[in-house]
Design a protein around this ligand. Structure first.
Ligand SMILES: NC(=O)c1ccc[n+]([C@@H]2O[C@H](COP(=O)([O-])OP(=O)(O)OC[C@H]3O[C@@H](n4cnc5c(N)ncnc54)[C@H](OP(=O)(O)O)[C@@H]3O)[C@@H](O)[C@H]2O)c1
Length: 292
């Protein structure tokens, strides 16, 4: 683990709400630093460090789960009505804890379509999709909650076990070509590492309430797919033009192609000094290739 100037330690107790892809990576890493980390999922499982939280059926964590909690990271998206599941059910509870820090994983979808231009935290959000309006409302609610909340805006998340390789292996890959279209991405390890970097250095760094965590090189989907096929030693199928392909895409898949933006990481990587582990998709996908 790089980038750490001082240490988090066993006096810190984290609740990771929503232990999916990013949450479980964060929990594993923070435990390696000696912190306690309890994680939530919507149903019972065998993990002794896991508890159930499900806003849909109102299952809330037991009181003792919150004992001594210092940090919370929410990785749960808005619910079907657009509400934040954590704030809807647990806001009052969290406000009564002595929390040092609360992190919320959001999306760069709140910026909307910049037609390929770079976008940063100082740009006004301009959501196009209903789900992005909902997300912006959830961000607002976290900011106005009075909790020591920090929002992390994320582009497409990938990492070992969830990347283009899985789409190729499961034959779910669609090689679509759309002129000038780019996507930004982030490796799951950089989400965790960047957040830990900010926590480790919080006394010396200016606090920013909203931070993008993205890699250095937004690029076309085809470049990424081609690179994966090359690593696998396979021939990439012929690309289909977007106008043709879109007839078979789900509404949600289509909506991703309607937004074209380059997400800037200058605040995180230049102003605050975080050094990405995986600066671009090539380095990140090599890691996935070797570790999946
Ligand atoms: N995936 C991406 O490319 C991407 C890009 C940008 C932003 N984001 C956002 O970043 C965050 C983390 O992403 P991720 O891909 O790591 O998430 P993920 O793997 O989909 O995990 C989401 C977690 O939220 C829990 N959850 C969902 N609805 C819930 C509810 N109503 N009540 C309680 N728990 C609930 C899930 O519980 P179970 O474990 O029981 O399923 C799961 O643990 C999410 O908000 C996501 O929308 C994702």
């Amino acid at each position: 683990m790089k980038n750490h100037a001082s240490s988090l330690n066993n006096e810190n107790k984290f609740l990771i709400l929503g232990c999916g892809f990013s949450g479980s990576f964060f929990a594993k890493t923070i435990r390696q630093l000696g912190c306690t980390a309890l994680t939530s999922s919507r149903s019972e499982n065998k993990d002794p460090n896991s508890f159930v939280f499900n806003s849909a059926n109102g299952i809330v964590p037991n009181e003792e789960i919150f004992d001594g909690v210092t940090h919370i990271l929410s990785c749960i998206p808005p619910d079907k009505d657009g509400n934040d599941p954590v704030l809807k059910i647990l806001k009052g509870k969290l406000q009564n804890l002595s929390l040092e820090w609360v992190g919320y994983l959001s999306t760069t979808g709140v910026y909307g379509n910049t037609k390929g231009d770079w976008v940063s935290e100082i740009d006004k959000p301009n959501p196009c999709q209903k789900r992005s309006h909902n997300r912006l409302n959830c961000e607002k609610e976290w900011i106005e909650s009075g909790l020591p909340a920090q929002i992390f805006r994320l582009p497409g998340i990938y990492g070992p076990g969830r990347s283009t390789f899985e789409a190729i292996k499961n034959q779910k890959i669609r090689v679509i070509s759309k002129e000038h279209q780019v996507f930004s991405r982030i490796h799951v390890a950089d989400i965790t590492n960047a957040i830990i970097f900010l926590l480790q250095n919080k006394d010396s760094l200016k606090f920013h309430q909203i931070i993008n965590i993205a890699d250095d090189e937004p690029c076309s989907q085809i470049e990424v797919i081609q690179y994966c096929y090359d690593l696998l030693g396979l021939k990439m199928p012929k690309p289909i033009l977007f106008e043709e392909a879109k007839k078979e895409l789900s509404a949600i898949a289509q909506s991703f192609w309607m937004e074209n933006r380059r997400v800037s990481n200058k605040l995180l990587c230049e102003t605050l000094g975080y050094k990405l582990i995986y600066k671009n998709y090539k380095i990140g996908l090599k890691d996935c290739f070797l570790n999946t």
